[in-house]
Design a protein around this ligand. Structure first.
Ligand code: ZN
Length: 254
């Protein structure tokens, strides 16, 4: 399946390839995926694993921005499990603890904010006493930073590593950049949060309503639960096995 890069969160800005190829996984692929995927205690390993799986579809993945790749990881899993691009999830209601089931539809529920091209050339930022240039990292750029943290495991928070990867100067002064990011205070925190949201968090949360907690309430009174798409990606295939009933047209018990 070829996806037009202009439809990705980056709008395909600066890409010299018009499409990117994403292939659904076969049953064999899924079984291999489940048995080789690193455990829940290793979020960095899991992310690397997803990147590697995606790269087998198209060598240009290396030249894609991380913001697009995060979306493509989800998309590949979705086209693997669903022909009509719907997917059933269950969420635990944070108020009553009941399990809420919802069918997610790619067309209706998955929305990302496409970035304004004027932000794609990076910026100059001031962090602590230093001025830095920022970049919008591609997989290739990100791997330069990520591979260091995979090796030394000094930071295990993926979001933090992604934030550090936004700063071009990491190449030459890694320790200083790392220090300025990790120890940011006050307005520097706001700045880093804004950058992170701008360059990575492009998928909007999905809104789910607990039928029990909202019984008898009017539309205005209802309280929703926001589910981030990121959290859905992590255990995608496990959720699938738990939530998908067997289609009666496919199996007939004797
Ligand atoms: Zn509830």
């Amino acid at each position: 399946m070829n996806i037009d890069t202009s439809l990705l969160p980056s709008g395909g800005f600066g890409y010299d390839f018009p499409t990117i190829k994403i292939t659904p996984m076969t049953f064999k692929d899924i079984c291999e995926y489940i048995s080789n995927q690193p455990g829940e205690d290793d979020p960095l390993g899991r992310y690397l694993f997803d990147l590697e799986v995606l790269k087998t579809d198209d060598p240009n993945i290396n030249n894609c921005y991380i913001m697009d790749v995060d979306f493509l990881i989800f998309y590949k899993k979705l086209i693997t499990v669903s022909e009509d691009l719907t997917y059933q999830i269950s969420i635990k209601c944070p108020v009553c603890g009941r399990s809420i089931k919802k069918t997610i539809s790619f067309e209706k529920d998955i929305r990302f904010k496409q970035i304004d091209p004027k932000y794609m050339n990076g910026a100059k930022i001031k962090l602590g006493d230093h001025t830095y240039d920022t970049i919008v990292p591609t997989v290739k750029d990100f791997m330069k930073v990520f591979s260091i943290y995979l090796r030394y495991r000094k930071i295990s928070d993926l979001k933090m590593i992604k934030t550090i990867a936004l700063i071009e100067d990491f190449d030459l002064m890694g320790n200083q950049v790392e220090n300025d990011v990790l120890n940011a205070t006050h307005s520097d925190i706001t700045l880093l949060m804004a950058l992170r949201e701008l360059y990575y968090d492009r998928l909007e949360a999905i809104t789910v309503y607990c039928p029990e907690c909202n019984k008898g309430l009017s539309r205005e009174e209802r309280r929703s639960v926001a589910v981030s798409v990121d959290s859905l990606i992590v255990d995608f295939f496990r959720d699938l096995i738990w939530n998908s009933p067997i289609d009666e047209s496919k199996i007939l018990f004797k």
